[in-house]
Design a protein around this ligand. Structure first.
Ligand SMILES: [Zn+2]
Ligand SMILES: [Zn+2]
Length: 452
């Protein structure tokens, strides 16, 4: 069987695409997507980097169905794609439940796509028609001569909308309150979902069992370490037998997940980001939850999430002593964060959460925030700090957010939740994408690295 085909559109382009293809006009509106490509185990991806809305005067009147544009505009389009080394996908809309390409659509695709492929052989090219909840088309993947017609289109907004997949209701749903079809759709969406968790200590181990209760089809747990005694005050999902048996965290969490819901498949990855095995696991996830304690790993996870157009939820808990230089100091702050980064929205770099300076500081040990937590750890405070319940709060927030993203009613716009563990308060902040963020520009929907 050939790999499933998925076209992914990041948040900042999703609305434009959807609105423009449905614009009423004298001609059938088309939009061009400039796309990169990626392979993940089981899937081939076409990732939309850019949209081009052609000007009215590019079109020529035609008696048949569909749009026709001038030869001059076609050359301009190919040049723009060549300049960026990206493929060309033509999008238009037919409406209705189950869409089909018309005979005219097919004829023009057979003429145009091989031309595009001969100019840019390393990228996918296609003609795709959107319906209300469905999608079909003709895609010519690199190195292939026959057209793929079966695909899904993943529109990222605060939640993921999948055209060509199971339709899900747009409002919160409790089992027993929705219609039978709605509940079945939500269950099926969850069963097909794959969530990767990086780090299975205090936060990640608790995220895993919460995801298992939802019936997420596959959980990929990424962590190279074995369970140690200091983990026991950080989570109730790792226990003394795990320490005694010196179990790997992946093994211990796998058992917990099985006890919670044996229909969930847990895939253990005993590696740390950015080792290749860990990156392979991340690439095939629908949502990534990062539960790591350093900025370097966050930076790597962020890059993968953006390259492959995957929502990334980052959690962290920081303890701050009231006197940073005194190892005997009391704690003054327990603060947690749950940052939801939707591809096309703000990334960790846009908001200043990650910066070259902070990364360099972490590497050199000069970062103050990191130093504070390092001091606490060095003083042996970590073993005596009861953080399991504080981790539980942010783990629950992260798992709920993943659930919302997967089944379709996440908050809009995405938010940063700050948890004040001392006072038991959760506050929310909206995150804003920086239009000139160099990491978003370089990585968003960039796909696999292209060696030419
Ligand atoms: Zn058409
Ligand atoms: Zn950014």
């Amino acid at each position: 069987m050939s790999a499933a085909l998925d076209i992914r559109v990041p948040q900042h382009l999703s609305r434009t695409l959807w609105e423009e293809v449905r614009r009423l006009n004298s001609y059938e509106p088309v939009i061009f997507g400039l796309v990169s490509e990626a392979k993940t185990p089981g899937r081939r991806l076409a990732l939309v980097r850019e949209l081009i809305i052609p000007p009215q005067d590019a079109f020529v009147r035609t008696s048949g169905h569909g749009a026709k544009w001038t030869a001059a505009y076609n050359i301009e389009l190919i040049n723009r794609a060549l300049e960026k080394s990206l493929g060309i996908v033509i999008f238009h809309y037919h409406g209705g439940g189950r869409v089909q390409l018309s005979a005219d659509d097919k004829q023009s695709a057979r003429k145009l796509l091989p031309t595009f492929q001969s100019v840019l052989p390393t990228r996918p090219h296609g003609s795709v028609v959107l319906g209300d909840g469905s999608v079909t088309g003709m895609l010519l993947m690199p190195g292939e001569r026959s057209y793929a017609e079966k695909m899904t289109l993943r529109l990222h907004a605060s939640s993921i909308e999948i055209l060509g997949g199971a339709a899900v209701p747009s409002t919160p749903l409790l089992d027993g309150l929705g219609t039978v079809a709605e509940i079945a759709a939500v269950k099926s969406r969850l069963e097909r979902a794959c969530v990767a968790i990086v780090g299975l200590s205090g936060g990640g181990s608790q995220v895993a069992t919460k995801l298992a209760t939802f019936g997420v089809g596959e959980i990929i747990g990424i962590d190279p370490q074995r369970v140690s005694a200091d983990n026991l005050l950080a989570t109730d999902e790792l226990g003394w037998p795990d320490v005694l048996l010196r179990l790997r965290k992946t093994g211990a969490v796998k058992t917990r997940v099985w006890w919670t819901n044996r229909a969930v498949h847990f895939t253990p990855v005993n590696a740390a980001v950015p080792e290749p095995k860990a990156l392979e696991g991340l690439k095939r996830a629908d949502v990534i939850i990062g539960c790591v304690n350093n900025l370097a790993a966050r930076s790597d996870i962020q890059e993968i999430a953006w390259r492959y157009c995957i929502p990334y939820i980052d959690i962290g808990l920081t303890l701050r002593p009231s006197e940073p230089t005194n190892p005997q100091s009391r704690l003054s702050h327990i603060s947690g964060n749950v940052f939801t980064a939707i591809p096309g929205g703000a990334c960790l770099w846009c908001t200043g959460f990650l910066s070259e300076k902070a990364l360099a500081g972490e590497a050199g040990g000069a970062n103050r925030a990191y130093l504070r937590s390092a001091l606490v750890a060095q003083a042996g405070h970590e073993q005596r700090v009861f953080v399991a319940t504080f981790n539980a709060t942010i783990a629950a927030l992260a798992a709920s957010t993943a659930f919302q993203i997967l089944v379709g009613y996440a908050s809009d716009p995405p938010i940063l939740r700050i948890y004040d563990g001392m006072n038991g308060l959760v506050s929310e902040m909206t995150t804003i994408k920086k239009s000139d963020c160099p990491k978003c520009t370089a990585n968003l929907c960039a796909g696999d690295l292209l060696w030419q």
